[in-house]
Design a protein around this ligand. Structure first.
Ligand SMILES: [Zn+2]
Length: 466
């Protein structure tokens, strides 16, 4: 039997409505060719499939994507897709939380353009981040759906694998899966819905049990993305199945399970204001997360609110990791005086500081000011892994307090088992949800509105399934 052809690629980012920073081409890194196949790491040849990598573009989450770049990169993807003859399948790697002004549903646009290019017989299998958004336009144009089942995400490659297996088996055994979904009018932050704690821990465990049921291929709970004030923002249950009615039953169960525990969705860390965090500090090595400015959720990463308070409180042996500022980095190349805070447009206080010492490493300036060490990064980026510190010749053992721009702590920082506090700080990804602007989101959505009546409605993207 001749082999079949599959194309692989996509685009992934998360866009906050509250960030002033528009994402453009230079914000994205691109993987293609062998590097993209290595990322997926799936033995397509064992299923008589030939894989054609297109490209996978990814950025550090930020503000909305510039419309021109979105159109241009989508057209480029479709052009390259059309150049592959006799396509039988497409594996799409998406995040699900893109925001492009003037386009209600960017992933829906991308996926429907892929469908138009490959025709109705081609099987499209997608992998999403569980913080992505779902719409009828997305569902009606795909045949299989998988999303991460961990947050913080430690199953990215596993999820690519789940999407690949469904695609490969369907092509090898000649059947066509389908996808059904139910929106759930509930939007919270990733920190309130971590899969490593209840109530989400148990719900995500139950997804594996649903997968064992007849006609069910892959069950998902989408938390959605709370910091995009868009009409499509919602949580959702999404099920890949071989029978829509079986899929609908599982969809309703997942939707009800999540809805019923909405009042228990809370952060696993202590939370409060900056002053609360400072008062909370004990003698042990501790971590404070500056959550409103977390770049991995879409924050700008340039705010100096917490730095200001810590310097004023004269707290000793503190490491700030880090604050993004190209202008401060350039100033420090010239001398000891520098200004920090809001230099990428993220707002907050601006501080005029004097460096007692400074060295440069890996596009960062490591500065000593009073009793604090500040990592000033010339680009927006997180400092969530041990390697981020060792590359800068920094040993965390030299500090009593680490301040990171983060929501829930990354797995590597969690492993330090340090007392931790999440500051509900200002910024593009403010965790104080009731205080954020809410103009375009559908009404009603919990917790923006408090209500209790919800009955899941399941759809295949075109019609309701009972
Ligand atoms: Zn995510």
């Amino acid at each position: 039997m001749p082999s079949k052809n599959v194309a692989i690629g996509g685009i992934s980012t998360e866009c906050s409505s509250y960030s002033p920073l528009y994402q453009k081409e230079s914000d994205f890194t691109s993987l293609d060719g062998e590097a993209l196949l290595d990322l997926i790491d799936f033995p397509f040849n064992e299923y008589d499939l030939v894989a054609y990598p297109i490209f996978f573009n990814k950025s550090v989450p930020g503000g909305p994507i510039e419309g021109e770049y979105f159109e241009q990169i989508k057209d480029k993807f479709i052009e390259q897709l059309k150049q592959i003859d006799n396509l039988d399948g497409v594996l799409l790697l998406m995040h699900g939380a893109m925001l492009v002004n003037g386009i209600d549903d960017p992933e829906g646009e991308w996926i429907s353009s892929v469908r138009k290019a490959v025709g109705k017989d081609c099987i499209i299998s997608v992998s999403f981040d569980l913080h992505g958004q779902i719409t009828n336009k997305i569902i009606e144009n795909i045949d299989a759906f998988t999303a991460f089942r961990t947050a913080p995400h430690i199953d990215v490659i596993d999820t690519y694998r789940r999407a690949s297996i469904i695609l490969a088996r369907a092509l090898k055994d000649n059947y066509r899966p389908c996808v059904v979904w139910s929106p759930i009018p509930l939007l919270v932050s990733g920190e309130m819905s971590s899969t490593f704690m209840e109530p989400c821990y148990s719900i995500y465990q139950s997804l594996e049990l649903y997968d064992q049921e007849p006609n069910i291929l892959d069950s998902n709970l989408m938390i959605g993305y709370v910091w995009a004030d868009t009409k499509r923002a919602t949580a959702a249950a999404v099920v890949t199945c071989t029978n829509q009615n079986s899929g609908a039953v599982v969809c309703k169960n997942i939707a009800n399970q999540y809805w019923d525990c909405r009042k228990n969705l809370k952060s696993d860390m202590k939370t409060g204001g900056i002053k609360d965090a400072i008062n909370w500090l004990g003698g042990d090595f501790s971590i404070i997360a500056d959550s409103g400015d977390n770049p991995t959720a879409g924050g700008v990463g340039d705010r100096a609110d917490i730095l200001k308070e810590v310097l004023e409180s004269e707290i000793k042996d503190t490491l700030f990791a880090g604050i993004a500022s190209k202008s401060a980095y350039d100033e420090l190349k010239q001398g000891k005086k520098f200004n920090l805070g809001g230099s990428f447009g993220g707002g907050g206080p601006s501080l005029e500081l004097l460096a007692e010492s400074v060295y440069f490493e890996n596009k960062c300036a490591v500065v000593k000011v009073k009793n604090s060490t500040i990592i000033i990064s010339s680009i927006r980026r997180p400092f969530h892994n041990m390697a981020d510190f060792t590359k800068l010749k920094i040993d965390l053992k030299d500090f009593k307090l680490l301040i990171v721009k983060s929501g829930y702590l990354s797995p590597e920082l969690q492993e330090l088992l340090a007392p931790s506090f999440m500051v509900l700080s200002d910024g593009a990804v403010n965790q104080d949800l009731k205080s954020i602007e809410n103009i375009n989101r559908n009404k009603k959505i919990y917790p923006f509105q408090d209500f209790s009546d919800f009955t899941p409605q399941v759809s295949n993207g075109l019609i309701l399934i009972n």
